[in-house]
Design a protein around this ligand. Sequence first.
Ligand code: NCD
Length: 313
Amino acid sequence: MQNLITIRELSETQLRKFLSLSFQIKKNPEQFSQTLKGKNILLFFVENSTRTKLSFENAVKKLGGTHVSFTGGASSMAKGESLLDTVKTILQYGADALVMRHSSGGAIDWLADACNLPAINAGDGHHEHPTQALLDSMSLMEQWNLSPDQELPFKGKNILIVGDIYHSRVARSNIHGLTKLGAEVTLVAPKTLMPSDLSLFPKVKVIHRMDTPHGKEILANADAVMMLRLQLERQKVAFFPTTQEYRHFWGLTVERAKLLKPSAVILHPGPMNRGVEIDSEVTDSKQSLILKQVENGVWARMAAFKGVFEWNS
Ligand code: NCD
């Protein structure tokens, strides 16, 4: 079984193929309206989600399939049923693939094996969120008029990933994806929110401050800035003194956004803490691609289904 669990394990060519497929689908969705005909997809979400879950549901529908949606909180898992028992129970209703979000990294690998189903990772703990990286690259390519059919399409582009990198699966998938596609990636975070072992990401630069002359220069040279949510629900200890201080040093405030080139674009995977990692005015500015990211989520997830079913056919 071949699954879409990480961007790390995709080759540059495979990654560009998924992106190419996303654009083909976006251009002509009707052509793909029977792709999942007769297939039932289990959407298994054991962690909160708005965008990812709704876009997977939409993707299945647009591809002509059906889905069974499961959310942990309202189920017998709250009564102590194990993950495996829960999934095996649901599978008795029939499923041809599994899409899963879980708070533990690696849970999807284990479950996909146990159930012997093609699987797509909708976010596992701090680990990866591959379809988010697809939709983010898609949004950037569209903005910059780049083709996924050319090698290293992001060559020469400077992309900053800013914020709670330590807890972010979005950051990890994007670091792998953007560097594979040729971008220069700089990570910006307080030392406490930067992973201590960066050996998995040998190509990235790391800075801790944006208010120093060096930090300001990096900001002024960026072609895109990807802001991350401060994931307070995963922070069991204090990683910084106050959210005001976090905003002051690591937030994309109106003043800080003025240092960006007028052509630079701003991304955020959502959900956002407006006024913490990003100011409201910046979120709603012309430079923001945030709603475009949401829209592209459906096309990228349709491509994920098509690609994974093709692998396993
Ligand atoms: C992200 C996630 O769940 O990893 N959101 C998303 O999928 N759009 C980021 C986050 O929760 O901060």
